[in-house]
Structures are given as structure tokens and as C-alpha cells.
Design a protein around this ligand. Structure first.
Ligand code: G4P
Length: 528
């Protein structure tokens, strides 16, 4: 197959949701359609169970599962589908943000009873900022939930989306009769056994046909006709261009648990979702169909076996063909690297691959060369941008508890930071190290992993910081910048790239500082 055909048949996406909305269940049902797994229950949920914050085995278990489910690939109707896993737990939000730099589209799962929840809002905001095409799947229709129009309103308002339903429920919960598919003009009736069997669809092009009444009864048929008329009158007509540009979001209804409405979602998804798209680098826009290979690292996973310190770097292929045993340029290090056993991921296993195409993810064994955001090319010195660090929410001093092991501690900290577990800041004033994280859970992960993988012991001390801001002085020689450096010395630090960071201790002091130094720019992310 030619490169372009391989590109056109690929769909790389992520499923995002607030925990418990049904992401794992939906992913599993998608895999069942692709024949990638044989039975339900094969995909393990990677969520962290409640009360697990001090259970280290739980953390290890979670890490194990997240290696196994990082990428799930399968073929469906000659389309190659790559699903990238996104942790729903808020302490791992940064992992999810980074994974979103490697997807070409997303499916957002919303619980019909709970509606839009906090994590959904945050993740959708990131997708909106990047204009990532989104399809919304409203899940758990087999349960009593909220009115469909109310939910669509809430999605528009809270998520700031412009929605258009492509399917619509007939009843809900106890009365749930099925789904009318506006995209395919057919009806899918809900049966109790649909958990196992994928029920047949009945084509209904005209909602006034007596067949509809015969199928779902007079009352439900009447309600459906009214509702579909309202849908057609109120919501914009679906148009693929707007969807791909992130201006319009189609909505599907269903029940992942009962495997209901999932085939409709998948069939529509493979038709409308974009194949790999061009990506901006610091030099130019790179198109997938270019001959030369380029790609970037969006995730690094440490080996689960502490005796083998190698890691797996996940590379999204942006352009050209990635081939085994071929030297590629590691742009940041200016070094040629060759990979003898690149991994591809399937639902139940990983395997060595000879060739991968744009949209695919390859896992490269790494002994410490890679950092998140690194670019690989066939020689061109370009870098993909767009994996910024966000300001952490929590900050603590890290102390070495075993002076004989300071080398191990430093190496461990460096490698864990390269993996993106947390962010390291070094204070200008006294060189003390500060670890910033999105969630409190990471501190335990770091402590545990430093001890078990590097043989180093650490402890933490509280530090009161509100936000970390990256500083861009514009003019480094200006009096204002010199004054800022002198007055705020106590609050200044360097991140691991050596960029200057201001650790503001309160929202008020940050506001006052921004006002006092209008010539200095304060950024909430490390890339601007
Ligand atoms: P997550 O990955 O988004 O966190 O959610 P997950 O799929 O694990 O689903 C969370 C819970 O919601 C699970 O129940 C799951 O069975 C249930 N669920 C998912 N989809 C549907 C649906 O369409 N209808 C109904 N009624 N339930 C659904 P659990 O009791 O927490 O776990 P389990 O014991 O069933 O695994």
C-alpha cells in the first residue's frame, strides 16, 4: 500500500471523560467491534481506587495497567484505529494533556445522569484550545438520566461547544426503547440481550411510516417525531468541515455497558474523523505524506522491572515511514539513534514492527536519551512544539535522607522528571530543589519509585507557593527587570530547562507583581 493510502486509513484518537462516566467500558466495546478482544472485561480499568493514595501496590498495579493500555490498536472495516489512553484521575491530568498532543480527534463520554463533570470541563477546554475535533457520546441510557435536550444545553453552555445530535434516544432508563440514528436514518431497538449481541438495525427513512408505530408504540412514535423535528429545527446541520475544524461537535447517545449505540458511533467515527493531520514545527508545517520520517515523544514509561532500568518512549509518527534499524536524528541531542526493536501496540499484546506510518505510535526502548517533547527526524533539525508544562498545583522541598546516596537521588529525580511525573525547580537563592506536582499522589509515587528503582531515600518539607509563572523579561538589561530580580530573589527559581520561574505565594502577590512590572511577561505555561 502506498504511503498516502496508509495515512488515509488511520484514525488516532483519545477517549476523555470524568472518572466513572464509562471510558473503559466504551473502549472495550470498541475493541470488541474490531475483533481485537473476544470478551467483555478484557480491558482493565486504570483508575485509581478510592483510598489508594497510600497503597503502593495500587500505584504499581496502576502503572502496569497504564503500560498495557497506553495504546490500543485494531482494524475495523479496513481502517486502522489507534486509541490512546488518557487517565481520568485528576492527579494525572498532565499525562492526559500531553497525550492530547498526539491525538487527531477525541470522543468525550458524558454520563446521562451526572451530565458535564469537572474533569470533562478541563479536558474539553484543552481540546477546544487546540481545535481538536470532538464527538460527544452520552452514555448509560439504560439508566434513568436527564432529559436529552437539557443535557445538550448543558454541554453547549458548560463545555462551550456547538453541538448537533446525530442520534437521539427513544425513551430512557426503564422506558428506554432504542435510538434513532439521524446519520444513517434508522432505528436500533434496545433489547435486554444486547449486552452480548449487537442488535439489528431497522431502516426508517420516514418517521411517519406506520412501521415506526408498530415498532415502538403510538406514544413513543409521536414523541420521537416531535423531538426529531425540534432537533432539526434547533441544531445546526452536521458538516464535516466544521467538525474537523473544531467548530461543531456531533453527539451520539447509547449505553456502553449494553453495547448499544456503539456501532453507530464507530461507523460514523471512521467516516468523519480525520486521518493524521499536518503538524506545526518550529521551522514549518509538516505534512504526513512527506517522504521523510518525523515524530515526537509524548509519553515515557519506566520499566516495571526495577532491575532493568530501560524505559519505553512513546513516539507519535507525524510524517513519512518509521523503519526498524534505521538511524534517525534525535534533534535535541544532535545524535543519531537506531532502534532494533520498536514496539507496536495491540489490544492484548505488543509486538516488534518493521514499519509504522503517520498516526501510529511506536514504543522505543530508551536508556535515558529521551525527554517528553523530543523530536526525531531523518536529518532535518526541526522541533515539534506544543507540549508545555503547566504550573503545578502543589509544591514541596525535596530533601535527601541518605547522604551516601545523593548520586542515585539526583539521577532518579532527573529521570522521573524526564518521564513527566512532576516538575523540578531549583531555587536561585539557595539551590534547594522543589518538586511541583498536579496532585498530591505524585509525591508518594516519587518517594516510592526513588527508593525501589534508584535505592535513594527522600523526604519532603512543605512550601507555600500558589503558582509557578515562567518569566519573559523582553529586555534583560532593563532597570525594571533588574529591580524585579532583586526584589523577588526569594521567589525565583529555574525549571529543568534553566528557564526563569517566579514562584508566587498568593494570587494577590502575583497580581501585584504583574501590575508593578508591565514590561515583563508572566506566562502560566512553559511555552508561549
Ligand atoms: P471510567 O473508565 O470512565 O472510569 O468508567 P468505567 O468504564 O470503568 O465505568 C464506570 C462504571 O459505570 C462501571 O461500573 C461500569 O460498569 C458502569 N457503566 C459504564 N457504562 C455503562 C452503561 O452504559 N450503563 C450502565 N448502567 N453502567 C455503565 P462499576 O460498578 O463501577 O464497575 P464494574 O464493577 O461494573 O466494573
Amino acid at each position: 500500500m502506498k504511503l498516502n493510502e496508509e495515512i488515509q486509513r488511520r484514525r488516532t484518537f483519545g477517549v476523555i471523560a470524568h472518572p466513572d462516566a464509562g471510558k473503559t467500558t466504551l473502549t472495550e466495546k470498541l475493541l470488541l467491534f474490531g475483533g481485537a478482544i473476544q470478551e467483555a472485561g478484557a480491558v482493565k480499568s486504570n483508575k485509581i481506587k478510592k483510598g489508594a493514595t497510600s497503597d503502593f501496590m495500587e500505584i504499581e498495579r496502576q502503572r502496569g495497567i497504564s503500560v498495557a493500555t497506553s495504546v490500543l490498536s485494531f482494524n475495523y472495516k479496513s481502517v486502522k484505529i489507534n486509541i490512546l489512553d488518557t487517565p481520568g484521575h485528576k492527579d494525572f491530568a498532565e499525562d492526559t494533556y500531553r497525550t492530547l498532543t498526539a491525538v487527531d480527534s477525541v470522543i468525550v463520554v458524558v454520563d446521562v445522569a451526572k451530565g458535564v463533570e469537572e474533569q470533562t470541563e478541563k479536558l474539553v477546554e484543552v481540546c477546544r484550545m487546540r481545535n481538536i475535533p470532538m464527538i460527544v457520546f452520552i452514555n448509560k441510557l439504560d439508566r434513568e438520566g436527564r432529559d436529552a435536550f437539557d443535557l445538550l444545553d448543558e454541554i453547549e453552555q458548560k463545555l462551550n461547544l456547538r453541538v448537533t445530535p446525530l442520534s437521539f434516544p427513544i425513551g430512557m432508563g426503564y422506558d428506554f426503547k432504542g435510538i434513532y440514528n439521524l446519520w444513517e436514518h434508522n432505528i436500533n431497538l434496545f433489547k435486554e440481550d444486547s449486552r452480548k449481541n449487537i442488535s439489528d438495525t431497522i431502516e426508517i427513512t420516514d418517521l411517519h411510516t406506520p412501521e415506526l408505530t408498530a415498532l415502538i408504540g403510538d406514544e413513543a412514535a409521536e414523541t420521537l417525531r416531535d423531538e426529531i423535528e425540534l432537533v432539526n429545527g434547533v441544531y445546526p446541520k452536521f458538516n464535516q468541515e466544521d467538525y474537523i475544524a473544531g467548530r461543531l461537535q456531533p453527539v451520539f447517545f447509547g449505553s456502553a455497558l449494553y453495547n448499544f449505540g456503539v456501532r453507530e458511533l464507530l461507523d460514523c467515527f471512521i467516516k468523519i474523523a480525520p486521518p493524521p493531520l499536518p503538524k506545526q514545527s518550529d521551522l514549518r508545517l509538516v505534512k504526513p505524506e512527506e517522504d521523510q520520517f518525523t515524530g515526537f515523544v509524548f509519553k515515557i514509561h519506566a520499566n516495571m522491572d526495577p532491575k532493568h532500568r530501560d524505559r519505553l518512549a512513546f513516539v507519535k509518527i507525524v510524517s513519512g515511514k518509521f523503519e526498524r534499524n534505521t538511524p534517525y536524528l534525535h534533534v535535541r541531542k544532535g545524535k543519531q539513534l537506531k532502534f532494533s526493536s520498536p514496539n507496536a501496540f495491540f489490544a492484548d499484546k505488543k509486538a516488534i514492527v518493521d514499519v509504522s506510518y503517520p498516526g501510529d505510535i511506536v514504543g522505543l526502548h530508551d536508556t535515558g536519551n529521551f525527554k517528553i517533547g523530543d523530536t526525531l527526524t531523518e536529518g532535518e533539525a526541526l522541533n515539534y512544539k506544543g507540549i508545555p508544562n503547566f504550573s503545578p498545583e502543589h509544591f514541596r522541598y525535596i530533601n535527601n535522607d541518605d547522604p551516601m546516596k545523593s548520586k542515585q537521588l539526583n539521577k532518579g529525580i532527573k529521570q522521573l522528571m524526564d518521564e513527566g511525573v512532576a516538575q523540578l525547580f531549583t531555587l536561585d537563592l539557595n539551590n534547594r530543589k522543589v518538586i511541583g506536582t498536579v496532585g498530591a499522589l505524585q509525591y508518594e509515587v516519587i518517594q516510592y519509585r526513588l527508593e525501589h528503582e534508584y535505592g535513594a531515600k527522600c523526604s519532603y518539607e512543605p512550601l507555600h507557593v500558589y503558582k509557578a509563572c515562567w518569566i519573559d523579561p523582553k529586555d534583560k538589561k532593563s532597570d525594571a527587570f533588574k529591580d524585579f530580580l532583586r526584589v523577588k530573589q526569594k521567589y525565583l527559581a529555574k525549571d529543568k530547562q534553566g528557564q526563569l520561574v517566579f514562584l508566587a505565594d498568593s494570587a494577590f502577590s502575583l497580581q501585584m507583581t504583574i501590575q508593578k512590572y508591565p514590561s515583563i511577561q508572566f506566562h502560566m505555561t512553559s511555552e508561549w
